[in-house]
Write a protein that binds this ligand. Structure first.
Ligand code: HSE
Length: 410
């Protein structure tokens, strides 16, 4: 008999409990052992069929030697980090959906798990129900992966999609996402890009073998994206998506970013809509491989957590495969800048003067442009260029009150 504890009975935790309890026979057949949810840790009271399993005391789990697998689905760093570390040190395998925890403390927790010969698995932390971490580390193990792109946040993808398809402004689309339960009441982690940042950190650490810390990733959210940007992008044959990206560059370093990006309508990521996520990785043997599915939601995320629980039980004595080494301060090259087409908007009070300066100063770097006299705005796509070079040119302009630069995937 395998005894399991679940820490947290929120959206994901209740989904994990329901799968393990309501589909007990299915799981039992897969692991060829009886399984039992013995404890559920939560400070709140719940009126559910399995109310007898609840505890408010973490020590009931930690000190119960019959519990060999713990699912951490509380989220956040405190107290999740202390609880997970204590369970691993006690020789219990831990699975988690907590991207904040894995992005901040993954290397340390993996090391402890390896020393104790237990599992620390976190498939649900990236892409919700999409199997992506295990396939990267197992099925693509023959490859050298050198680049990753992803739509890694369902909430922002839903909001951008509403702006693109229904012409809804950012604030209204966010409100709708909150009303429908997709966005958190405090949506900052989603709309400011921090959630996607944690996910690109985890993917990069796994694919390249070294921890990437969230503060090493250039992160921008979608709060400055307007309906005008959406319309200009459409005219340039693109849609705006929040893209997590990382790539191996020179001297063993990588670059990593999360940015709103104009994605060509012909690119595979342009068709990823609503709360769906997708990850594309480039392997030297396979070329590009894409993973697609529901990036959030109770059942999809719980499915990944339970998949990890089954993995822990089936591979108790096998070598552990999800692993990477500690990061370092200079591993992510924050100054490296690639030359690529950029999307730029310029705003000024005097449109005739703005137009004149644009023609005289920027025509040599402009590939195509849109003049919006009504809004005193010019939008254009540059020829492939370095961002700092373009920024320097824009900063020197006299007729421009404000400008915006977005990256592109054409
Ligand atoms: N807030 C996250 C999202 C949940 O919108 O994608 C899944 O990690």
């Amino acid at each position: 008999m395998i005894n399991i504890a679940i820490m947290g009975h929120g959206v994901v935790g209740s989904g994990v409990a329901e799968i393990l309890i309501n589909h007990n026979d299915r799981i039992k057949n897969r692991v060829k052992q009886d399984i039992n949810v013995k404890h559920i840790l939560d400070l709140r009271d719940f009126n559910v069929a399995y109310s007898d399993k609840f505890t408010k005391d973490f020590n009931d789990i930690l000190n119960d030697d019959s519990v060999s697998v713990v699912a951490e689905v509380m989220g956040g760093i405190t107290p999740a980090y202390d609880f997970v570390k204590a369970c691993l040190l006690k020789g219990k395998s831990v699975v988690t959906s907590n991207k904040e925890l894995v992005a901040a403390k993954g290397a340390e927790l993996i090391k402890i798990a390896n020393e104790k010969n237990v599992s620390f698995l976190f498939e649900a932390s990236v892409g919700g129900g999409i199997p992506v971490l295990r396939p990267i580390s197992n099925c693509l193990a023959a490859n050298e992966i050198d680049e990753i792109w992803g739509i890694l946040n369902g909430t922002t993808n839903y909001i951008l999609n509403k702006m693109i398809v229904d012409n809804m402004d950012f604030a209204s689309a966010l409100k709708l996402a909150q009303d429908l339960g997709f966005a958190e009441r405090n949506p900052a982690a989603d709309v400011e890009g921090h959630d996607a940042c944690r996910k690109i950190c985890i993917l990069s650490a796994l694919a390249y073998g070294k921890h990437v810390y969230p503060d090493q990733v250039k992160t921008e959210g979608i709060t400055e994206i307007t309906l005008d940007d959406v319309e200009y992008a459409d005219n340039f044959g693109a849609v705006i998506k929040l893209i997590g990206h990382s790539k191996k560059v020179e001297n063993g370093k990588i670059i990593a970013s999360v940015r709103p990006t104009l994605v060509s309508r012909s690119h595979i990521l342009a068709g990823v809509n609503g709360v769906f996520n997708a990850v594309v990785v480039n392997g030297d043997q396979t070329g590009e491989v894409a993973f697609y599915g529901k990036g959030a939601g109770k059942e999809a995320t719980a499915s990944a957590v339970v998949g990890d629980i089954i993995d822990c039980i089936k591979n108790q004595n096998n070598e552990k495969y999800l692993t990477w080494e500690d990061g370092s301060a200079d591993y992510v090259d924050t100054r490296y800048s690639e030359s690529s087409p950029l999307y730029v908007t310029l705003k000024g009070d005097d449109f005739a003067a703005l137009k004149g300066e644009f023609s005289s100063v920027l025509s040599d770097i402009c590939d195509s442009h849109i003049m919006n006299e009504y809004k005193n705005e010019i939008a254009f796509i540059t020829k492939p260029n370095n961002e700092s070079f373009v920024k320097d040119k824009l900063t020197a302009l006299k007729t421009v009150n404000s400008y915006k630069i977005l990256h592109t995937m054409f």
